[in-house]
Design a protein around this ligand. Structure first.
Ligand code: ISE
Length: 336
């Protein structure tokens, strides 16, 4: 079966996912597009999916009888309503992060999916599909003994003026929040944020860098450095310290040069390049599950837990170094 897919939001990531489905992946076809700017949707249709129909609203696209599954790639504040509408229509739905902009909103989606009775939603936490993180997880699961500590870093070269301190959590560290839970098969119980001396390259509305300290239910301590004006590149680091050894996230493949009395390995600068292959793998998984009328991978529950944890981290940013507890409600059977 070819899954007939509608894409809501044809900006950067929506356009890129349209290209993937139209040109790279198997089993899906783009039949519908919509964007708050109709011209933007038409442009993507003309370039990548000439047979797709453009809809005036996401709601109309979801309701269309020839749309089997939906990709929500619009601006974050609109995700919740579209995902709820897709569940209501019983259609598999891939939602870019965040699932909702508030934990309460994400909870509403959990409740709707539980009421539906089976999984329909995959959240776009693509790092779980990255070959490097998958290799790391294999080693953590079986070779270095019980994990004790994680040292992680998320560095961007620079961020625009609109990027403010809470975005370091909601927009940037949200990836570590999800992937480290998955890597350790654990949940967080507390968060604390400390601020080192600020970089002179950071503009006035973002405290940069920051160190987020998380503690898990199993007692693992995690430190994540978020440094969004690092200048030198886009650099994602993750080291797990276990009882029997250490494991490091592999570096992206790059050609090392020995020249002029030095050894040099280039570092990426654009975050869109760093996990480019994992976007292909996550969307192929979505298409395959959608063909069966279901969803796999990062769930609504994972999106909800990420929202609760993000809120605690943002509270911790304003708590002068205090430890903020994280309490999760009981996990519904659907997500066990
Ligand atoms: C962006 O939205 C991402 O998803 C990137 O992975 C992250 O590095 C960046 O800081 C975010 O703005």
């Amino acid at each position: 079966m070819t899954v007939r897919i509608g894409v809501i939001g044809t900006g950067m990531i929506g356009r890129d996912h349209t290209r993937r489905i139209a040109q790279v992946l198997a089993g899906g076809t783009i039949v519908a597009l919509s964007d708050y700017s109709p011209e933007a949707a038409e442009k993507v249709r003309d370039e990548l999916a000439p047979d797709a129909k453009c809809y005036a609203s996401g709601e109309e696209l979801i309701a269309a009888s020839d749309v089997d599954a939906v990709l929500v790639c619009s601006t974050g504040s609109t995700h919740e309503a579209y995902v709820l509408a897709a569940i209501q229509a019983g259609k598999p739905c891939f939602c870019e992060k965040p699932l909702a902009t508030t934990a309460e909103g994400a909870r509403g989606i959990v409740d709707a999916e539980v009421a539906h009775g089976s999984r329909l939603v995959q959240v776009g936490f693509m790092r779980r599909y990255d070959a490097g993180y998958r290799m790391l997880k294999k080693v953590v699961d079986s070779e270095i003994g019980t994990p004790l500590i994680v040292h992680a870093a998320h560095r961007n070269p620079a961020v625009p003026e609109q990027y403010v301190t809470p975005m370091a959590i909601h927009d940037t560290m949200i990836h570590e929040i999800d992937v480290l839970r998955w890597l350790l098969d654990d949940d967080y119980v507390s968060a604390q944020v400390v601020f080192p001396k600020a970089s002179r390259h950071a503009h006035s509305k973002v405290a940069d860098p920051q160190i987020v300290l998380l503690e898990t239910a199993k007692g693992v301590r995690i430190d994540v450095e978020i440094f969004v004006n690092s200048r030198y590149g886009y650099d994602i680091q993750c080291q797990v310290v276990g009882e029997e050894g250490l494991a490091n996230l592999p570096e992206p493949m790059a050609v090392t040069r020995r020249q002029n009395a030095s050894v040099a390995t280039p570092i990426l600068t654009d975050w869109k390049d760093r996990f480019v292959d994992s976007y292909d793998v996550e969307l192929q998984a979505f298409i395959e599950a959608a063909a069966e009328g279901t969803a796999t991978g990062p769930s609504t529950w994972d999106g909800y837990v990420a929202a609760i944890t993000s809120d605690a981290c943002v509270t911790a940013q304003g708590a002068d170094g205090a430890v903020v507890p994280i309490t999760l409600p009981e996990r519904p059977g659907l997500y066990r």
